[in-house]
Design a protein around this ligand. Structure first.
Ligand SMILES: Cc1cc2nc3c(=O)[nH]c(=O)nc-3n(C[C@H](O)[C@H](O)[C@H](O)COP(=O)(O)OP(=O)(O)OC[C@H]3O[C@@H](n4cnc5c(N)ncnc54)[C@H](O)[C@@H]3O)c2cc1C
Length: 401
């Protein structure tokens, strides 16, 4: 496989690099380094999105006519790679990567005009209300009920694990509007203004100590029929389209950054016998294992890009393989960071580190987030389709079982 870029792609890469050098401030990089969760939190994300938007790069996967850069899959990849290399904040993808393409594909002209510009600028920030208590992997079993009353739907029920709902002013959600036939046929896709009476958002604090997810309760929440995307009971088609964007993704650039950090820790930390952790043969072996896994992921990503560039669909098996290996390698690399840091990774070191009283062997940054990131990354094999679900797809599609 030829991983080199063409001269034209190298020009774009240089342009992106120059932009990042000029626009990504040291303060933003620092905040991004200290981010534990999957996405940058709202103030940082908003500040960075504004800069990207001013360059026309806030939504790399949108077509030009809707305000995107109109990049090819490989150009998008180059952008992701450069952002990861520079340590740019990871923008939440609910609005830009998931809802945007859905509105471009299924939204009415009025919906596109109303929502797309505010998504690009970051003025509107969206949460994804799909999962419910009891409906995650088996999403089609969702029970949040919407009953049509004239020009509105009256919604009752609950959504859970709603990422950054505490920051969102809008939510896209799936509701049950029909109970006849297959569960998939009675689902509708709605857009909800989070200020609507009857909606309550309650935090869920995860074991890493982050407020990243929430549970949302709907008590007779009224949503105008005009806020429906697609037809009533056709929401599953819309959701399936959206989920393709959720599952696809690029892992290798960020994984390489994470592994660089592990090496930095392992080079600074001593093993107690005068050597660094990095020099330990067992640890070296693990680093090599991670390098190989990341390279295999990078080749898979490039294979997917070739398939997309040739206009072909990305097979379910390839996307599942990438999600499975990407998320599991992410967990492995955070385990290595924990191992390299040894006893200093103990969670009760955190408050001391946060106060700035670092021990000489722990650098000012890397010790602070290692344990929290390790804990936070446990969720990576659950969200976006769990590892078990991906293995089921692989067994069916790739192995024909
Ligand atoms: C950090 C985080 C952020 C999230 N953000 C959002 C969000 O913003 N919006 C949103 O809508 N949802 C969000 N989710 C929810 C996520 O999509 C679900 O957690 C996921 O789909 C799994 O569903 P579940 O939690 O109900 O687990 P379940 O589906 O109940 O699964 C429980 C266990 O059973 C296994 N399992 C389930 N079915 C099968 C099967 N058929 N065969 C074998 N094993 C199976 C699973 O792999 C898992 O180990 C988030 C989740 C997390 C952890």
């Amino acid at each position: 496989m030829d991983l080199n870029f063409s001269p034209a792609e190298e020009v774009l890469r240089a342009e992106i690099r120059a932009f990042l050098d000029a626009e990504l401030t040291e303060e933003m990089r620092e905040q991004a380094r200290l981010t534990v969760g999957v996405f940058a939190e709202r103030p940082l994300a908003q500040a960075w999105q504004e800069r990207l938007h001013s360059r026309g790069w806030a939504a790399p996967n949108w077509p030009r006519e809707h305000g995107g850069p109109g990049w090819t899959p490989l150009e998008r990849y180059i952008f992701e790679k450069e952002c990861a290399r520079a340590g740019a904040p990871t923008l939440p993808f609910m609005s830009l990567k998931l809802l945007g393409p859905v509105l471009i594909h299924f939204g009415s002209a009025a919906q596109q005009q109303r929502y797309l510009p505010a998504i690009l600028s970051g003025e509107d920030f969206w949460a994804q209300g799909f999962s419910e208590p009891g409906s995650g992997s088996d999403l089609a079993s969702l029970r949040t009920r919407a009953v049509r009353e004239g020009g509105h739907y009256r919604v009752n029920g609950s959504k859970i694990w709603t990422t950054h709902a505490q920051f969102a002013n809008w939510m896209f959600l799936l509701v049950r509007t029909g109970t006849e036939g297959k569960p998939q046929t009675g689902i509708t896709f709605l857009l909800l203004d989070m200020k609507t009476p009857g909606l309550t958002v309650k935090p869920i604090i995860t074991m890493s100590g982050e407020h990243e997810v929430n549970q949302c309760f709907f008590d007779n929440v009224r949503i105008p029929v005009a806020n429906r995307v697609g037809d009533e009971n056709q929401g599953w088609t819309v959701a399936k389209y959206l989920l393709e964007f959720e599952r696809g993704g690029v892992y290798s650039p960020r994984l390489r950054g994470m592994l660089r950090k592990v090496k930095k820790i392992a080079s600074a930390e001593q093993d107690g016998w005068g050597a660094t952790i990095r020099e330990n043969a067992r640890f070296k072996h693990k680093i090599a294992e991670a390098e190989i896994a990341i390279s295999a992921i990078e080749f898979t990503e490039r294979r997917i890009i070739s398939q997309l560039s040739a206009g072909g669909p990305v097979g379910d098996a390839t996307a599942s393989m990438l999600k499975l290996k990407g998320s599991e390698t992410m967990q492995f690399v955070t385990e290595l960071a924990l191992e390299a840091l040894g006893l200093y990774a103990a969670p009760d070191q955190r408050p001391a580190l946060d106060r700035g009283s670092n021990t000489p062997s722990i650098g000012p940054h890397y010790g602070v987030t290692v344990t929290a990131r390790y804990l936070n990354t446990r969720a990576a094999t659950v969200y976006g389709g769990s590892s078990e679900v991906q293995r089921n797809i692989l067994a069916r599609v790739a192995l024909g079982l």
